[in-house]
Design a protein around this ligand. Structure first.
Ligand code: PLP
Length: 453
């Protein structure tokens, strides 16, 4: 049987860490359909989508309102090229996103993936300074534990060794600073006596590189794929934003995973009342119903570009296609009508409680963390010493495979640096999940942990 994309019937199919093999056998199961938080294989097996795929299916699967909206738009027009036409759905969606975004973030550039969104943010930041006669401001600072995408530009900004290693020679040599990773503090300090040395590290890097060479600092509000829902102390982002302002460096919030309600607020930066200069968003924007993402840019930046070249020097064939825009609009309408963001906040608290109970029972869980329904558990060999497993032990891979066998999908966050970002698992179910469904999810986690230990 020939399958599309990376998949093949027999071979190794993932480019990165998360092989579900060997426990599920030689090939991936074939999906049949999805309803709510559940996915059903062709063989009839039922799975809880405990990670919303790759933290994407925010409103669950098979929602009638969405496929009805798809049909309505497809009947009218699915595609027009962005420099020939705009469309009502694209304009309405841009308006809605601008209203949902904080501060003066009002210009929306549609792309098709999170990687394109962060790469567009990178280009906009560089263009912003070029327009002001500062072409040497081209470095993008990021953090050593981070993931901003798989294209060469976005990967250049990512501290994810496993995904970088093959392509290192092709990547930009962007500098990176310490992450706010309290559980395995890079400085071996503790909060609050550390006085946020990780934020100081940003300032020190800027001073050593020279702010005249740096266009932007990019950060995931809650570190996802490379760290497993690493959530900083509340004072971190206000400090970071102040440092960026002090040195005339743009702050890009990569909300590809955290945006669109995932953390219990529309954008995670809203938790800290911090207004970034650019937000990259994706994943939950379409809730997985179509590929769609966006860079949302501040008026301050746009004013400079409008007074200069006038156009953002980026764009893709499918950018702002009316079909995808209509799908995202339907997703946002569904979220409004069903109080999905509020549910994420409420159920996130409940999920963390359940995970903490599991932590009491299972020594292997070193840390439980997260915001809203973006939660993570870090697996350790020795909880007292916070000693990680070695990479060779593949503990995360084994654990997610056991969960999968037991009918629960969770997402690995292994960046490939033992002792720094160790083994973590993301638990991030659809934001529509109920308490009873969380009980069911936690039950399977519990039995899977028993099997692991
Ligand atoms: N940024 C973050 C924070 C992500 O988590 C991801 C994907 O996991 C990306 C960017 C890349 O998004 P995509 O896979 O849609 O290109």
């Amino acid at each position: 049987m020939a399958l599309s994309g990376f998949a093949s019937c027999k071979g190794v199919v993932w480019v990165n860490t998360h092989l579900i093999k060997p426990l599920v056998g030689e090939s991936y199961p074939v999906v049949d359909y999805g309803r709510g938080i559940y996915l059903f294989g062709k063989d009839g097996k039922k799975y809880i989508d405990g990670s919303s795929g790759a933290v994407t299916a925010n409103i669950g699967h098979g929602v009638k309102e969405i496929y009805e909206a798809m049909c309505r738009q497809a009947e009218k027009v699915s595609f027009v090229y962005r420099s020939h036409f705009t469309s009502e759905p694209a304009e309405e969606l841009a308006e809605k996103l601008a209203q949902s975004a904080p501060g003066d973030l009002n210009a929306v550039f549609f792309v098709n993936s999170g990687s394109e969104a962060t790469e567009t943010a990178l280009k906009v930041a560089i263009q912003y300074f070029q327009e002001q006669g500062q072409p040497e401001k081209i470095q993008i600072l990021s953090r050593r534990t981070s993931y901003h995408g798989i294209t060469l530009g976005s990967l250049s900004m990512s501290g994810h060794p496993l995904r970088r290693q093959r392509f290192e020679p092709l990547l930009e040599d962007f500098p990176a600073v310490a992450p706010p990773y309290c559980y395995q503090c890079p400085f071996k300090l503790s909060y609050p006596s550390c006085k946020m040395k990780c934020a100081d590290d940003l300032e020190e890097a800027i001073l050593s590189i020279g702010s005249e060479n740096i266009a932007a600092f990019i950060a995931e509000p809650v570190i996802g794929a490379s760290g497993g829902a690493i959530t900083p102390p509340d004072e971190y982002y206000p400090r970071v934003k102040a440092i960026c302002e002090k040195y005339n460096i743009l702050f890009i919030a990569d909300e590809v995973m955290t945006g669109m309600g995932r953390t219990g607020k529309m954008f995670a930066m809203d938790h800290w009342d911090v207004v970034p200069d650019i937000i990259a968003t994706g994943k939950g924007m379409s809730a997985g119903y179509t590929p769609m993402a966006a860079a949302i840019v501040s008026d301050r930046i746009m004013k400079v570009i409008e007074n200069g070249t006038k156009v953002i020097m980026s764009g893709h064939t499918f950018s702002a296609n009316p079909f995808s825009a209509a799908v995202c609009l339907a997703v946002m309408d569904y979220m409004d009508k069903n109080n999905v963001v509020q549910n994420a906040q409420k159920q996130g608290i409940y999920l963390i409680e359940k995970l903490k109970k599991l932590q009491e029972e299972f020594e292997v869980i070193g840390d439980v963390r997260g915001k809203g329904l973006l939660c993570g558990i870090e697996l350790v060999r020795d909880r007292t010493a916070r000693e990680p497993f070695s990479l060779n032990e593949k503990i995360t891979e084994t654990f997610i495979s056991i969960c999968f066998e037991n009918g629960l999908i969770v997402y690995p966050a292994v960046a490939g640096v033992t002792g720094f970002s160790g083994d973590a698992v993301i638990i991030a179910p659809p934001l529509t999940i109920t308490s009873e469904e969380i009980d069911e999810l936690a039950g399977i986690l519990s039995s899977s942990l028993k099997q692991l230990t």
